[in-house]
Write a protein that binds this ligand. Structure first.
Ligand SMILES: NC(=O)c1ccc[n+]([C@@H]2O[C@H](COP(=O)([O-])OP(=O)(O)OC[C@H]3O[C@@H](n4cnc5c(N)ncnc54)[C@H](O)[C@@H]3O)[C@@H](O)[C@H]2O)c1
Length: 480
């Protein structure tokens, strides 16, 4: 496929294009080619973005918001090839994964449009207590008084940005978004679409820059009432320590187990595990990070997983037939390689893999992995499937799965209802999928982790619309 011409994208400050004295370069992780440049914002520009947002009071009717959201969904759908190419150029993800991402983002925007037409208030009778009143209490949801500060990671540059912006717009809020400096071009392309759909300028700023240059200003601005952050545990915890008295929504890393019990169809389980581990280059918070397989199936599982991994085609991520692109950078590929080597040194058997080439990390399969290795104790963000063998004992498997600081999602392969229900009850995670990859969800459903993976506030359109609003109650006389 022809390489895209390098582009310069200005930021959006209160909807208007804005430059800065310096730029950051975005390079294609596969080819090293320059994809484009964006401004390196200065802290004073971040302040200006929050100030402009705080001054603006959105007055869009539900119908107007719904039109903008549906228009955005349609624009993403009609431009999906170009957007997918941009995602692939910025991230090194294969085009197939990028197209998948554009379809998810369309869902986000259209589901938000549908969600906002539902009434979100409730009615409570006043005559229920020991001192009954002839009144009724009504609740309504209002936008936040302050501005939403949104910070997003590199790995889903369209979908996760959509998960911040769509519910914010649906609830008439104002947002200052700082996308990852590794993938800012897709976020800015989405910002342009929103402008074309008639989003009022004061509702959205998209500022770009490195955390090194911006410091804390995005999440400590005096006008930021809520910080919604998706990214690593390390950065999420730093933000939690420094953000002060404001609402926090943290969607952090994961270390998701893929549990295969003794009754499982081994080939089906192995195929799912490989998909869950390598799709999106293994760079999903909910990717399969550890396969916990009962000992009696493990040889067969490893053999079938090897078979499925060998089917994957690799190469230029912009080639539509390629299944696996690169990870985000050469440094990321090197870190994965070091952790794989560490696991092998600790006794794991490498069944498939090899040295990284630039940012390309080959699909990697290991068996007999010790749960103590860094490869599986930490979140390893790459196309790696480590098999940890375990005893055929559900309670022990629950303990192994939970023996991590993370608590995002999990997957189970079993048809034994008694075992499945014990696992669903026992796993300390936000979501469990039976006979699916851990990350399965719709864009509407609640999603988010516990323990170090998050504070328990959920995303997903409906939950995000709740966290981006306050509940106000009012009561009226209600004589009967
Ligand atoms: N739970 C979820 O929903 C979810 C979804 C996707 C990704 N993630 C997680 O995100 C991580 C991968 O993304 P990443 O590498 O971009 O994460 P990251 O934490 O390095 O960066 C995320 C964002 O924070 C910014 N940032 C980095 N350091 C900062 C600092 N000191 N102060 C303020 N902002 C800072 C980055 O510029 C980026 O915009 C993985 O851990 C993955 O599991 C979680």
């Amino acid at each position: 496929m022809r390489a895209l011409e390098p582009i310069y994208q200005p930021m959006l400050l209160a909807g208007a294009p804005a430059d800065a004295d310096r730029v950051i370069e975005v390079r294609n992780p596969f080819s090293g080619a320059l994809v484009g440049t964006v401004p390196q914002a200065e802290p004073r520009q971040i302040r200006a973005a929050f100030k402009a947002a705080a001054r603006f009071r959105p007055k869009l009717s539900r119908r107007e918001r719904s039109d903008i959201l549906l228009g955005t969904a349609r624009a993403i759908a009609s431009d999906q090839d170009r957007l997918a190419q941009l995602i692939t150029a910025e991230t090194g993800l294969c085009l197939r994964d990028s197209l998948h991402e554009t379809r998810r983002a369309c869902d986000v925007w259209s589901f938000a449009a549908h969600a906002l037409i539902q009434n979100d208030g409730e009615i409570y009778p006043g005559d229920i207590g020991g001192n009954p009143h002839q009144r009724r209490i009504f609740s309504m949801r209002t936008p936040l008084a302050g501005v939403i500060a949104a910070i997003t990671p590199f790995n889903h540059p369209l979908n996760l940005v959509s998960h911040k912006l769509a519910p914010a717009i649906a609830t008439n809020n104002r947002v200052v978004l700082k996308p990852s400096e590794q993938t800012p071009l897709t976020a800015l392309a989405l910002g342009r679409i929103l402008r074309e759909q008639g989003l009022p300028e004061g509702m959205l700023s998209i500022v770009t820059g490195t955390p090194h240059d911006l410091g804390d200003c995005v999440f400590t601005d005096e006008d930021a009432e809520l910080v919604t952050f998706t990214g690593s545990v390390r950065v999420g915890h730093q933000i939690a320590e420094r953000a002060g008295y404001r609402r926090l929504v943290l969607e952090l890393g994961g270390n998701d187990p893929f549990i295969v019990l003794a009754d499982a169809d081994v080939d089906r389980a192995a195929h799912l595990a490989v998909q869950g581990a390598v799709r999106h280059s293994g760079q999903r918070c909910t990717a399969v990070k550890r396969a916990l397989v009962v000992e009696e199936l493990a040889d067969h599982f490893a053999e079938r997983a090897l078979h499925h991994m060998r089917q994957l085609s690799t190469g230029d991520p912009s080639d539509p037939s390629v299944d696996l692109g690169t990870v985000i950078s050469e440094d990321a590929a090197q870190l994965i390689a070091r952790r794989v080597a560490g696991a092998v040194a600790a006794g794991a058997r490498l069944l498939l893999g090899g040295e990284p080439r630039g940012a390309f990390c080959p699909p990697t399969l290991l068996d007999h992995v010790s749960p103590a290795c860094e490869l599986v104790a930490e979140e390893t963000f790459g196309p790696v499937l480590p098999i940890i063998r375990c005893n055929n004992d559900v309670d022990e498997i629950v303990m192994m799965a939970n023996a991590t600081k993370f608590g995002l999602s999990a997957a189970i392969c079993s048809n034994r209802l008694d075992h499945v229900t014990r696992l669903i009850e026992g796993l300390a995670v936000g979501s469990v999928n039976v006979w699916e990859v851990p990350g399965y969800r719709t864009e509407l459903t609640p999603f988010g982790g516990i323990k170090q993976s998050g504070l328990g506030h959920k995303e997903g359109i409906l939950e995000a619309m709740r966290s981006f609003t306050q509940v106000k109650t009012y009561s009226l006389p209600w004589p009967v």
